[in-house]
Write a protein that binds this ligand. Structure first.
Ligand code: COA
Ligand code: MG
Length: 299
């Protein structure tokens, strides 16, 4: 399981923020060429990011990605040409509205891999839906390419497109969040939530992250290093959850030996969906290198 709890945006035209970005240990870094970079800085940012990818060591814990401009802009095509390299793990495609938007990027990445002598298919893609049209087409988009490992939702742009307002309860975008999650799960890929923009409001971030984790999301984008730890805290299973997951797995194993798929653990029934949840918690714990106790129980 690839851990993508936190995904830190780093503005692609900021030579001060890019070099130390790996020190914060987010699971993903997205060097951004899109909305955090004004049109007059696009070309410089692309050069800075492609150089940074070659020379900067972002450390072992981070998957290094770039958010390109959409191919419908004058910059998207050149972004792909320049950023595809050995050290690039993935590309986030913004404002995806159709299957075609993903296929075009996929094909260009393939051409670049070939031209640059890179391993075919290693660079992953992630599609961000941030318009009503994109959200509605999410189920097909999520299956558009073998490279696609996740889909994400862009909260600010989507809210603007819908004519709603961003609020703590997420009223304007929660239906879209559910649709993104359903589309991701149906395609067997990850779902990653949008940013929480007020980086000084730790409690607000914790509340929103807890909500989207309960919905089933795999991670959340962020804009400031301060947000990473909060997001990891919310996504990491607690010791109590891990212990319970171990007990569930043990109980299911005991049931299996007796030829059954269901068993009681304390006063609760344990069956397949509970076992699947336990497996997911243990996979997450292992990926985050949390300690997993061994628990002996009478069967
Ligand atoms: N990536 C890397 N480093 C970051 C960072 C980021 N996204 N945001 C802040 N930092 C660094 C700063 O450089 C500073 O480093 P220093 O202590 O070595 O000087 C430290 O974290 C503290 O930053 P702070 O002073 O609190 O914030 P700021 O005023 O410098 O920056 C923002 C605030 C919002 C401008 C900045 O966080 C940012 O640009 N975020 C990303 C925005 C973005 O990419 N948006 C597009 C996607 S929605
Ligand atoms: Mg956006």
């Amino acid at each position: 399981m690839k851990l993508r709890r936190s995904r830190l945006y780093v503005p692609g035209n900021n030579p001060k923020m890019i070099p130390p970005a790996g020190l914060y240990c987010s699971d993903v870094i997205s060097l951004d060429l899109e909305d955090s970079v004004g049109p007059e800085f696009k070309v410089d940012a692309r050069m800075l990011v492609s150089e940074a990818l070659k020379v900067i060591d972002f450390g072992p814990c981070t998957e290094v990605t770039v958010r390109i401009n959409p191919l419908s802009t004058p910059w998207g095509k050149w972004d792909i040409e320049q950023v595809v390299c050995e050290k690039l793990s993935g590309i986030y495609i913004p404002k995806v509205e159709s299957v075609e938007d993903v296929i075009q990027v996929d094909e260009m990445v393939s051409r670049m891999e070939e031209r640059k002598g890179l391993e075919r298919g290693r660079i992953k893609l992630f599609a961000t839906m941030e318009t009503a049209k994109g959200i509605i087409n999410a189920p097909e988009i999520a299956r558009a390419s073998k490279r696609l490992e996740g889909i994400t939702i862009g909260g600010e742009d989507l809210t603007a497109d819908l004519g709603g307002e961003r609020s703590a309860d997420g009223l304007a975008i929660n239906t879209a969040r559910s649709l993104i999650l359903l589309a991701a799960r149906a395609a067997g890929i990850q779902a990653i939530d949008t940013v929480y923009s007020d980086f000084e409001d730790e409690e607000g971030l914790r509340r929103e992250t807890t909500m989207i984790k309960k919905m089933g999301f795999d991670g959340k984008a962020c804009i400031h290093p301060l947000q990473i730890e909060v997001i990891h805290e919310v996504f990491n299973p607690t010791q109590e959850e891990i212990r319970y997951a171990v007990r569930v797995t043990n109980a299911i194993e005991r049931a299996r030996k007796k030829g059954s798929g269901v068993i009681a653990l304390g006063k609760k029934m344990v069956d397949r969906p509970i076992a699947l949840k336990a497996e997911r918690i243990l996979a997450r714990a292992r990926a985050a290198e949390l300690s997993i106790p061994e628990i002996e129980e009478e069967g």
